[in-house]
Ligand binder design. Structure first.
Ligand SMILES: NC(=O)c1ccc[n+]([C@@H]2O[C@H](COP(=O)([O-])OP(=O)(O)OC[C@H]3O[C@@H](n4cnc5c(N)ncnc54)[C@H](OP(=O)(O)O)[C@@H]3O)[C@@H](O)[C@H]2O)c1
Length: 249
């Protein structure tokens, strides 16, 4: 068994879709029956365990994706052994809250996003152990960080992902309200965000210069950016990042 999952809800359903898309055999993933576990096993052929104890018994790599408040309770008292790795996706749950409960197994914290379903999750990982690389590479790219403090800061990007989608929806709905066919508006705005992200990720120049190269003096980008800045939109964005980080700490 390549991977076991404790907590088959919203996030896990997207991760499972990504693994199948990457060519993992459905039967290579063992699920707990709660939540969507039994239904997804029946629909896609994933293996179904009796309970979390059987998942720990049969898997060397175990993903934990229960709600943060349930995390410590979900892994306590299970038959953990040396050589196993618990991969926790639980936001804001520190390593120390899980490490004692799963010893002698080790813990890796990860922060995947639902884009895992299309193989596009930039998954924050700390610490980066070789045991998790094949799994995380199947659902996107790894973004290793050096400390737990950096991990919490990097987790804010999982919320930024949601805000970016809110902007895609706002831009597409506005365009459709002006008369653009809704499917054209959706694809155009969504692909525009994808393009912006790719240019900032792949252009070797300084970020501010990549941005400045778009903002022609007197042009349309400058006009809209001035309006957003004047309305406090970018400052509010930074404040929202700080709100999320305070919650995570
Ligand atoms: N949603 C995202 O996009 C996202 C992104 C990154 C990280 N995360 C993290 O992923 C975790 C899960 O989030 P989610 O949105 O997927 O939540 P969710 O939809 O509520 O899924 C959690 C699942 O865990 C099951 N569960 C609870 N206790 C269990 C136990 N002891 N053994 C086995 N299964 C158990 C629940 O089953 P019942 O219904 O029977 O209670 C539920 O199906 C959270 O910690 C969150 O911080 C989520």
């Amino acid at each position: 068994m390549r991977l076991g999952i404790i907590g088959v809800g919203h996030l896990s359903s997207f991760i499972l879709a990504g693994l199948r898309r990457a060519g993992w055999s459905a039967g290579d993933v063992l699920l707990t029956p709660r939540g969507q576990g039994a239904a997804l096993a029946a629909r896609h052929g994933h293996a179904l365990a009796r309970d979390a104890g059987e998942v720990v018994d049969r898997c060397d790599l175990v993903l934990l994706a229960v709600r943060p408040a349930m995390a410590a309770e979900a892994v306590a008292g299970l038959p953990w052994r040396a050589g196993q790795v618990l991969v926790s996706a639980c936001a804001g749950v520190p390593m120390a809250r899980l490490a004692g409960a799963v010893a002698p197994a080790r813990v890796v914290r990860v922060m995947p996003i639902t884009a895992a379903a299309v193989g596009a999750s930039p998954t924050v990982v700390w610490p980066q152990l070789p045991e998790v690389e094949a799994f995380l590479s199947a659902i996107g790219t790894l973004v290793p960080v050096d400390s737990e403090a950096d991990f919490e800061t990097a987790t804010v990007s999982a919320a930024i992902y949601g805000w970016a989608q809110a902007l895609v929806v706002a831009g597409a709905e506005w365009s459709a309200a002006q008369g653009l066919p809704p499917d054209v508006a959706r694809q155009l705005v969504a692909r525009t965000f994808e393009a912006a992200g790719r240019m900032q990720a792949e252009d070797p120049g300084p970020m501010r210069e990549v941005l400045a190269s778009l903002v022609t003096p007197g042009g349309i980008t400058e006009a809209g950016l001035h309006h957003l800045e004047g309305a406090g939109a970018l400052r509010a964005f930074e404040e929202a990042c700080a709100v999320v980080l305070r919650r995570l700490r």
